[in-house]
Design a protein around this ligand. Structure first.
Ligand code: NAP
Length: 527
C-alpha cells in the first residue's frame, strides 16, 4: 500500500504507478514506506497552483511571511522524535547529527523571518524627480527587489534537512516571495514528506495561499526534468553532483525562456600547507585533518579532498602522520549504497592513475555501506599533468600533492577548477612571503580559511558558500546565509508611478521605517 504521497499544495496525492522505497544503510535494508512518484498531471497541477499562488504571495507583507517562516520552524520542532527517527533511518546518520541539522534548519528559517521583519533587504532605492532639470527633466525613479516566481528546489542527499525540503533554498525563496516546488531527494523521501507536512500546516495556520508549497517524489530524473522544463517555473536551486547540476543548467538554458539555475556542486577544497607552519605544527595538523577528512564520512561539500605542500622532510613526516591518524578513526556509514558505490568507483579511478601512492587506508572488513578512509600522495608534476587526479572523490578520501617549489604550487593552484573553499595553513610571516600563491588560491575559491579546516559552514550573513564553476553555477551568489535570498529576486523600477499606488517600501512616508538609498543617501527618514 502506498503511504508516501506527494503534497500538491495542501492535498496529498498518489496517482503514480511508479513506486519506490528509501533505504537504511545502517541495517542494509529497505524501509517499509512505499512512495508514489509524481505523475505529469500532479507536476502540472502543482506548478499551476504555485503560479496562481505567486500572484497573492508576492504581495503578502514581509511581517506575514516572517510569521509563516517562524511557523514552519515551530512545526518542524513539533515533529520531534518522529522526524529524528525518520532522518536516521533514511540516512544512517547519527541522532546527534539529525538534531544538529534540525537546529540549523530551524535557525535558517528564523534568520530569514528576522530579515523580513526588519525589511531593508529589498534595497529600496529612490531618486526623486527634478522636473526643472535642463536640458531634460529627470523622472521620479524607485527601485526595489521583487520575487522571480515559482522556484524548484532539489533536495540534497547529504543534508536531508538543512539543504532539502525546508532547507536554505526553500527558506530563502519563500522569504523572497517565491512559491516553492520541492523535488524531494529519493534517499530521504520520508523525511521530506514529514517536513512538507510541517510546511503545509504552517501555511494553513498563517493564511498563506494554497500552492505556495508543494513536495513531489521521484526515484529517477524524470520529475526533476519536467519541473525544470515547465514554462511557469522561473528558477532552480540544486545541491549535488557536477553531472546533475550541469544537466539541469543545460536544460534550463535550452528552454524557450531560459531560467537561472543556482547549483552548488562538487569541490575538493584545496588546503595549502606552507613550510614553516608544517615544521612547527605538522603533527597537530595531521590529527586535525584526519578528523576533518572523515567528518560525516567525508560527505560534506567542504571536505578537504586535496592537500598541497612543498616537498621537504616535514611534508613527508606530515603525510606519514596523517596516514597513521586516519587509519585509527573508526570507519562510518555512508548515506546510501549508491553513494558508497560512487565512492568506491571514483576511488578506484584515482588509484588506477600512474604515479599515485596510497600512504594510509583502512584495510580490514567493515559493515555494509561503511566507507574505508584513504590517503594518497603524488608528485606535483604528475598531478599537474593528470586532471583525473583533480576530481572529487566524494567520501573520506584525500590526496596530498608534493610540489617542487612555491612556483609549482602556485601553478597547480591556478590550474584547479573553481572551488567552494581554499584553506591556508601558514605562519603569519608566510602570508607576506607567499602573496602570489595566496592570490592564486583566492582566484579559485569562494571562501578562504586561515589556519583552520574547511568543514563546518557557519550560517551567518558574512558566509559565502559558492565559488567559481563548477563549485557553483554562479559564483556571485551564496547558498548559505540570508544573502542567498538574492538568488530568487530581480531588481524592478517604477518610473513616475502614482505615489499612493507604490509598494510601502517605496512610499514617501516610509511606513515600514526601512533603510533606503534616497537621492544617494542612506536613510530611514520620510521624503
Ligand atoms: P545527484 O546525482 O547530483 O542527484 C541530486 C538530485 O538531482 C537527485 O534528486 C537527482 O534525481 C537529480 N538529478 C541528478 N541528475 C539529474 C539530471 N540529469 N536531470 C534531472 N535531475 C537530476 O546527487 P546525489 O544523488 O545526491 O549523489 C550522487 C553523487 O553526487 C554523490 O556520490 C557525490 O559524488 C555527489 N554529491 C556531491 C555533493 C557535494 O556537495 N559536493 C553533495 C551531494 C552529492 P534522482 O535521484 O531522482 O535521479
Amino acid at each position: 500500500m502506498i503511504t508516501g504521497k506527494n503534497y500538491i499544495g495542501n492535498s496529498l496525492s498518489a496517482k503514480g504507478k511508479k513506486t519506490f522505497k528509501t533505504f537504511n544503510p545502517q541495517t542494509n535494508k529497505e524501509n517499509s514506506q512505499i512512495f508514489s512518484e509524481a505523475t505529469d498531471d500532479e507536476i502540472n497541477q502543482a506548478v499551476s497552483m504555485a503560479s496562481i499562488a505567486f500572484k497573492s504571495y508576492a504581495k503578502i507583507s514581509g511581517v506575514k511571511k516572517a510569521d509563516f517562516l517562524n511557523a514552519i520552524a515551530d512545526e518542524i520542532l513539533a515533529l520531534d522524535d518522529e522526524l529524528i527517527a525518520m532522518f536516521c533511518a533514511e540516512s544512517g546518520l547519527p541522532e546527534g547529527r539529525a538534531k544538529g541539522e534540525r537546529g540549523r534548519t530551524v535557525g535558517q528559517l528564523q534568520s530569514f523571518a528576522n530579515l523580513l521583519r526588519e525589511g531593508s533587504w529589498v534595497e529600496a532605492t529612490i531618486d526623486t524627480a527634478l522636473p526643472n532639470r535642463e536640458p531634460v527633466p529627470k523622472p521620479d525613479l524607485r527601485k526595489m527587489l521583487i520575487p522571480l516566481g515559482p522556484v524548484v528546489v532539489f533536495g540534497a542527499s547529504n543534508f536531508p534537512l538543512a539543504y532539502s525540503t525546508a532547507g536554505g533554498d526553500t527558506a530563502a525563496a519563500l522569504a523572497a516571495g517565491c512559491p516553492v516546488l520541492v523535488k524531494s531527494h529519493p534517499m530521504h523521501a520520508g523525511t521530506g514528506e514529514l517536513v512538507a507536512r510541517a510546511i503545509i500546516r504552517a501555511a494553513e495556520k498563517t493564511g498563506m495561499p494554497n500552492g505556495v508549497f508543494s513536495n513531489l517524489n521521484s526515484s529517477g530524473i524524470e520529475v526533476g526534468v519536467a519541473l525544470v522544463k515547465h514554462p511557469q517555473v522561473k528558477a532552480v536551486g540544486f545541491t549535488g553532483s557536477i553531472r546533475g547540476g550541469r544537466a539541469l543548467l543545460d536544460l534550463a538554458a535550452k528552454r524557450e525562456e531560459p531560467i537561472p539555475v543556482f547549483a552548488e556542486m562538487g569541490s575538493v577544497n584545496p588546503v595549502v600547507i606552507l613550510p614553516e607552519a608544517l615544521q612547527k605544527r605538522g603533527a597537530d595538523l595531521a590529527k586535525t585533518y584526519a578528523g576533518s577528512i572523515t567528518l560525516g564520512t567525508g560527505q560534506f561539500c567542504t571536505n578537504p579532498g586535496l592537500l598541497l605542500g612543498i616537498k621537504d622532510k616535514n611534508l613527508i613526516a606530515f603525510i606519514a602522520k596523517l596516514a597513521e591518524n586516519i587509519v585509527q578513526i573508526e570507519p562510518s556509514c555512508m548515506l546510501h549504497p549508491n553513494i558508497i558505490g560512487a565512492f568506491e568507483t571514483n576511488k578506484a579511478k584515482a588509484l588506477a592513475q600512474q604515479g599515485i601512492t596510497v600512504v594510509g587506508s583502512v584495510e580490514n572488513e567493515v559493515q555494509s555501506n561503511y566507507a574505508r578512509q584513504i590517503i594518497t600522495t603524488v608528485e606535483g608534476k604528475t598531478f599537474l599533468e593528470n586532471t583525473t587526479l583533480h576530481q572529487e572523490v566524494f567520501g573520506p578520501y584525500s590526496i596530498v600533492v608534493q610540489c617542487e617549489d612555491a612556483e609549482q604550487l602556485q601553478h597547480i593552484i591556478s590550474k584547479l577548477e573553481g572551488q567552494l573553499t581554499g584553506t591556508l595553513i601558514a605562519e603569519e610571516k608566510e602570508v607576506k612571503q607567499y602573496t602570489e600563491v595566496i592570490a592564486a588560491l583566492q582566484n579559485r575559491v569562494g571562501r578562504i580559511i586561515y589556519n583552520g579546516v574547511p568543514t563546518g559552514v557557519e550560517v551567518c550573513p558574512a558566509m559565502q558558500h559558492g565559488g567559481p564553476y563548477p563549485a557553483s553555477t554562479d559564483s556571485r551568489f551564496t547558498a548559505v546565509g540570508i544573502h542567498s535570498i538574492k538568488r530568487w529576486i530581480r531588481p524592478f523600477s517604477y518610473q513616475d508611478w502614482p505615489k499612493d499606488l507604490l509598494p510601502d517600501e517605496l512610499k514617501n512616508e516610509n511606513p515600514l521605517g526601512i533603510l533606503r538609498l534616497v537621492n544617494n543617501k542612506q536613510t530611514n527618514s520620510k521624503i
